[in-house]
Design a protein around this ligand. Structure first.
Ligand SMILES: Cc1ncc(COP(=O)(O)O)c(C=O)c1O
Length: 362
């Protein structure tokens, strides 16, 4: 492959389109003909301001974000949103319900408990998070202020393909690992947040999409940096943002538009994931972790029927030019992350490697 790139299946930061990486390289010494490099230009310059506006406008178009929502580019990752969201949405002691579908939900629950009265409405730990819940598997407290869920469970490889019921509660979602991979019903959420480093660009930028009405009820006394109103007022330029990251997000969004938008991206993701799941279902040699109806199109997780072969699989895969395939310790085994920009070529190469591995070791 060009530049000796190998097949990268990392869970994030993850593979980006080569055309965007090349464009970035071009802009580093001189951004858009200003004579100033991308890493060196002021975030207050007209040129950079236009980048932020373009990224916001593109995200609004691509995700069909209604006009009564704000779009922010913050820092601190999704991990900061685990606490920032409850701080802005709850008064101390207010009730917040959670769908616990994996490690990242648990981390969000732990942080929210610092502010609110947390209840886990659905707990997937009983089946080691092999599926996400259906609407009849949980109830919410009618007097809760928020229901929080994680759309895609990066570690377990499960995903919600519909917006879960919230029975009228404002819905908050961590979409870090599947944002911009398919259309979503933004209007059914009060708040969506996502670290950029899977489907939107490099690490260092966190996208926050929030319904404007939230801003009317933010408790007073929050530190400026942790108050959504600060960032809305200053349009993501309250302090120095991750300028290079926002530039890449804008370029990535341009890539998505050129590709045909989220419907086209979703079809491509479905096709890529289907190739790997077909291989996993072909033989009892493989043991996929996620139950079929919850299978993530972003992170595909599996074990080998004889777990002692997993080390061999990973070692041989590394030798053959595949990277990032080791499963997270909570599941073990193997994980292939096939976000938007993982090329079909890499997926086909992986499937061919798996088929050959099964032939030799099965
Ligand atoms: C679903 C999900 N939420 C949150 C995080 C944490 O994101 P960050 O490292 O941006 O804080 C991750 C990271 O992989 C994730 O996959």
């Amino acid at each position: 492959m060009k530049y000796d790139r190998i097949h990268n299946f990392a869970a994030g930061p993850a593979v980006l389109p080569l055309s965007v990486v090349e464009k970035l390289a071009e802009q580093l010494p001189n951004l858009k003909g200003t004579g100033i490099g991308l890493m060196e230009i002021s975030h207050r310059s007209k040129t950079f301001d236009a980048v932020v506006r373009s990224a916001q406008a593109r995200l609004r178009r691509i995700l069909s974000i209604p006009d009564d929502y704000e779009i922010l580019f913050l820092q601190g990752g999704a991990s900061l949103q685990f606490i920032m969201a409850p701080m802005n949405l709850l008064e101390r002691g207010d009730k917040i319900d959670f769908l616990n579908t994996g490690v990242w939900s648990k981390k969000a629950i732990k942080e929210a408990a610092l502010v609110g009265d947390v209840r886990v409405a659905y707990d997937g730990s009983v089946h080691n998070f092999a599926h996400v819940c259906t609407d009849d598997e949980y109830t919410v407290r009618p007097d809760a202020k928020v229901l929080h869920y994680t759309t895609n469970n990066t570690i377990y490889g499960t995903e919600f393909f519909r917006t879960p019921k919230s029975d009228g509660l404002p819905l908050v979602s961590d979409m870090s690992s599947d944002i911009a991979s398919r259309p979503v019903e933004v209007g059914k959420h009060h708040l969506i947040y996502a670290g950029a480093q899977k489907n939107l660009g490099p690490s260092g930028v966190t996208v926050v999409i929030l319904k404007k009405e939230i801003l009317e009820r933010v408790p007073s006394g929050l530190p400026s940096m942790l108050d959504y109103r600060t960032h809305v007022k200053e349009q993501s330029l309250f302090n120095t943002p991750c300028t290079i990251g926002i530039y890449v997000v804008d370029e990535i969004l341009g890539w998505i538009e050129d590709f045909g938008g989220l419907e086209a991206v979703a079809r491509n993701n479905e096709a890529k994931a289907a190739r790997i799941y077909t291989e996993l279902d072909r033989s009892d040699f493989w043991k996929p972790h996620a139950e079929p109806e919850s299978r993530s199109r972003m992170n595909i997780t599996w074990r080998i029927h004889d777990p002692t072969l997993e080390e061999t699989f990973l070692a041989e895969a590394a030798q053959a030019g595949f990277s990032g395939l080791k499963g997270h310790r909570s599941v073990g085994g193997i994980r292939a992350s096939v976000y938007n920009y993982c090329p079909m070529e890499s997926v086909d190469a992986l499937v061919a490697f798996m088929t050959d591995f099964e032939r030799r070791h099965g």
